[in-house]
Design a protein around this ligand. Structure first.
Ligand code: F3S
Length: 643
């Protein structure tokens, strides 16, 4: 990785550790972002840390996910986040201001900075040369409180671009091509670094689209060098002073390389139900029922204007529902000034607010068995809100052309010039921001009835005496532990409420078992905690008093979340011993502190069956410290690095 752009930025921000692949390092953090769906938990965690003011250069709290206020819950969350931003000195971006990643790109991200966000598409800002990483909520809270972030140094994957992208193609077609070649697992363990002469034919927003969907490759993040296109973008956003030129060394060392000739890129589509199930648009003629244009992937000014060029003078096919959500209030304002909005309306499109909307299933679910073309980044089954819908991921150009014809359509067939003349200056729309103010620092946060305090963990006890309140089979998902459905989404800041639904897919009375036994221990099979990364699946058991989970094996992220939350994840030394424990058995763990500290086996006593069973916690030196301290919040409070 020596000489790469990634290496240079990491080196520039290194606080602790050796910059070697696979090693954990601490880096200085310049910026953070949160969105409301994960943000409430982040600010509850920040509250629990008891700090006066954030330590990053800039942190932004966006409201873009749960913007629909069908009851008081989302509105309570918005007010809580607004007042938390006021208390700790963050920028607050109101609902309607835009989608976090698009707004961060337009207004705040800079080449060469480090940024973490509690959203997996935070890498979007890599389009202008920022090292931008999606992280867990706790990491973001600790990042704001202390100004640094721990990361395991990844490998660097060079995507070398040659040729020139056609005006009928989009960054989306490039990243869909990369996904076709590498699959949704191809980027795991890597940062994707784009280089080569083809880079200069890509605008910053095309680059941002490519970095956005690097998340679908499984990559830690993606990044482009900064050049005259970056300067041009920043100048149009009234902030040329944020520009610095950044490029890798000629002799940079990459761990892997992929070459893409942009001359060969044609309109592509990801078929249901995976972003790497990619075909050429020309290869399938399918009837379309719905077209949705927007999301953090494809909602830039240029994307919207290409759509306007295609729709101009045309009508949306009678059998198609077309919805358009511009990515930011500033883009929406520009479209209202230059007549593009009028074109959308005259074509028969429906205009949505600048927010995530249908991407997260917030409205505009397709009809049953409907075919929906979306310019978004994910097409997993059911994500649209309709379980049997067929969702295709495409570029805005393909989406708009298809909305007119009613069929999946290659925009090249329309014979239009899609070159966009961008305004010399995008202007600024600050109306949706509330900037921090010294006088407001420390003012109380407002916690409406939907906001409940964050459950706190205590340092590891040397002796744990608890009953087994649940024994599960293999492959328990985070959805089993803490369901996430449209009805429960508004309660993401209410762990006590969510806890009533814990493990409902397995047993009806898990909540009662936990309450009646003053917490307990869970015994799991293989791959315990697979699925999403959300922390709620660890915080709910923590709230219910679960002290330890003993499993045959854990899913990686959930294991980290248990450690970070202050629950001890133990594995059986002999997997067969799983059979020697039953529900409601009384277990005793002794000398846990010494055993965890030294990576030693603990002889668990099954008091009900009068037998001993060896179990163990194996972790990195920092994970051991986190477990001993009783979770990451306590650890971070007790172990501050000098920034
Ligand atoms: Fe929002 Fe969808 Fe992006 S939920 S942040 S538009 S992936």
């Amino acid at each position: 990785m020596k000489g790469t752009l990634v290496y240079k930025i990491l080196k520039d921000h290194l606080i602790e550790g050796d910059l070697e692949i696979g090693k954990e390092i601490a880096i200085k953090l310049n910026q953070t972002l949160t969105q409301d769906s994960t943000g409430t938990m982040v600010y509850l965690q920040l509250e629990a840390m008891g700090i006066d003011k954030i330590k990053t250069d800039l942190s932004v709290a966006y409201i873009d996910h749960n913007t629909i206020q069908a009851g008081f819950e989302n509105a309570d969350d918005h007010e809580f986040i607004r007042t938390a931003a006021r208390k700790y000195g963050l920028v607050y971006s109101k609902p309607g201001g835009g989608i976090c990643h698009q707004v961060q790109l337009e207004r705040f991200a800079k080449p060469g900075i480090t940024l973490i966000g509690s959203d997996s598409h935070t890498p979007t800002a890599g389009g202008l040369g920022a090292l931008a990483i999606g992280a867990g909520g706790l990491d973001v809270a600790v990042g704001m409180a202390n100004g640094y972030y721990y990361i395991t140094v990844p490998k660097v994957y060079n995507v070398k671009l040659t040729g020139k992208l056609s005006d009928k193609c989009n960054g989306k077609d490039v990243i869909l091509t990369v996904l076709q070649k590498l699959s949704v697992k191809g980027g795991v363990g890597y940062i994707m670094e784009y280089t080569g002469p083809g880079v200069k034919s890509l605008s910053v927003t095309d680059r941002a689209t490519i970095c956005n969907m690097g998340a679908e490759l499984g990559a830690t993040t993606s990044i482009f060098p900064s050049d005259e296109n970056t300067l041009d973008f920043l100048t149009k956003q009234n902030r040329p002073e944020d520009y610095i030129e950044l490029s890798p060394d000629e002799e940079a060392e990459y761990e892997n390389t992929l070459e893409i000739n942009l001359d060969d890129i044609v309109p592509m589509a990801a078929k249901p139900h995976s972003p790497d199930n990619v075909i050429k648009v020309d290869d399938e003629k399918i009837k379309v029922d719905q077209v949705a244009i927007g999301s953090c992937t494809n909602s830039s000014y240029a994307d919207m204007m290409k759509v306007a060029k295609i729709l101009d003078g045309n009508k949306v096919d009678p059998s198609v529902s077309l919805v358009i959500a511009p990515g930011s209030s500033n883009i929406l304002r520009l479209l209202s000034e230059n007549g593009a909005l009028k074109i959308f309306i005259e074509a028969g499109a429906r205009i949505l607010e600048s927010a995530c909307g249908p991407c997260i299933g917030m409205g505009q679910a397709p009809k049953s068995k409907g075919v929906s073309l979306r310019t978004f980044n994910r097409n997993f089954k059911g994500r649209s809100g309709t379980m049997d819908a067929e969702v295709y991921l495409v570029s805005p150009e393909t989406a708009a052309a298809s909305a007119i014809t009613g069929y999946l359509t290659n925009p090249n067939t329309l014979d239009l010039d899609l070159t966009i003349e961008e305004p010399g200056n995008y202007g600024k729309s600050d109306n949706y921001f509330i900037f921090p103010n010294e006088e407001d620092l420390g003012k109380d946060v407002v916690m409406g009835p939907n906001i409940k305090p964050f459950p706190k963990a205590v340092p590891l006890s040397d002796t744990i005496n608890k009953k087994v309140i649940l024994k599960t089979g293999d492959n328990i998902t985070t959805d089993d532990i803490c369901p996430s459905n449209a009805k429960l989404l508004p309660f993401r800041s209410n762990i006590p409420y969510l806890s009533q639904f814990s493990f409902k897919t397995i047993v009806d009375d898990f909540y009662d078992r936990a309450v009646n036994n003053d917490g307990g221990i869970i015994v799991g099979g293989d791959n315990y905690g697979q699925g999403s990364s959300r922390e709620h699946a660890a915080l709910v058991p923590l709230f219910l008093g679960v002290k330890a989970v003993i499993a045959k094996s854990f899913a990686r992220i959930h294991r980290s979340n248990l450690i970070n939350s202050g629950i001890l994840p133990l594995v059986f030394v002999n997997k067969d011993d799983y059979e020697k424990i039953d529900e409601y058995d009384e277990l005793e763990l002794n000398n846990t502190i010494e055993a965890v500290t030294n990576g030693k086996v603990i002889n668990l006593i099954n008091k009900t069956k009068n037998i001993e069973i060896p179990v163990i916690f194996e972790g990195s030196p920092r994970e051991i410290e986190v477990v001993l301290n009783g979770g990451f919040l306590n650890y971070a409070k007790n172990n501050k690095l000098e920034v």
